[in-house]
Design a protein around this ligand. Sequence first.
Ligand SMILES: Cc1ncc(COP(=O)(O)O)c(C=O)c1O
Length: 406
Amino acid sequence: MSPDAGCQRTARRRFAERVGRVDAVSVTGWELHARAMARRLAGEDVIVLSIGDHEFDAPDVVVNQTIAALRAGRHHYTPAAGTTPLRRAIAADHNRRTGMAIDTDGVAVLPGAQCGLYAAAQCLIDPGDEVLVAEPMYVTYAGTLQTAGAVVVPVPLSGADGFALDPARLAAHITLRTRAVLLNSPHNPTGTVARREALEGLASLCCENDLWLMSDEVYAGMTYEQPHVSPCSLPGMADRTVTIDSLSKRSAMTGWRIGWIVGPPDLVAHLEVLAGCMLFGVSPFIQDAAVAALQAADEIGEAVRARYRRRRDLVCDALEALPGLKVVRPEGGMFVMLGVADFGFSATAFATRLLDEAGVSVLPGDSFGASGAGYVRLALSAGEEELAEACRRIGRFTGRLSGAAP
Ligand SMILES: Cc1ncc(COP(=O)(O)O)c(C=O)c1O
């Protein structure tokens, strides 16, 4: 082989331009989380409130069904769009919660809502299409959409009005290139629950401008006062709404990696082909466990919701009493946004010092986009005792910052 031939091969050894578009996941926030985890693993007294995972395990009924399925030989390939019993259970759950009447041909099973978002973007977006996303936004959205070639158009929400969804702001960003809106309600990181009126406004925008609505509803089972409204149930929306959901949050099954898309059957047909190329089916014992979880959905969902509601009240009541902190009491989900701008430094500096000086890890709000600047996101992902201790530490820390405590 001549040296030139070697060079040529080296020149061709390059990565696809696509990988550069996935790099949108904020690094600073996750570095802080990784540092907190490393310290805790090394035995340091760190309370980790920087990730949205439950500290408690999945329900027994789910664990038992998984084991039983494995023992029963459920070890083989499954249909690309999911097993019929799981698609039936998802359709029944969706219909019960939304008042719709979809059938199994409106359901594609995927390993988690994250995969659902990715697969939906691949089926709906052409390179250069614009997708509107309220910001702050969940950290993977930009990378997920950009991998499909989308131009992500952040629509800033304002902490001053509780980060409420405002269709007029979205409308102002619609252009001829707009293909879709990505909605997340209840919202990560702000905890807001979109009101029916706002969703009706959004639905009109989608119908008038012929847009898809990608609706990420992973926190739908976790609302505290405001009811969750699924936009697919609004007039004109059934054929243009892609509902993305999973059992990660509402059934405490993050590690099971099981979720789904509910959408019009022609989209589901495309998702089935894509899933065949991408996954070749989801593990049968996991799908069996998901059926068990959905059969006990009310009981499991209410236990999870009640637990997080108590945590939300405990943390917000304790932190609202602290001078300088602005608590955005979440209406749903598992996160609390804390305004820290009055302490005079950035959210990243606040979060870094909170970890280093008080042993509590939270994420800087600007990890979720510029409009999260001045806020940190605290995950309610610890037991009540640990959360109470975290609040005491935050109180001592902010007291020291404002010179009000030793
Ligand atoms: C808003 C939002 N969407 C999607 C996901 C991913 O969920 P899943 O575990 O079902 O992939 C998360 C996880 O934290 C999330 O917060």
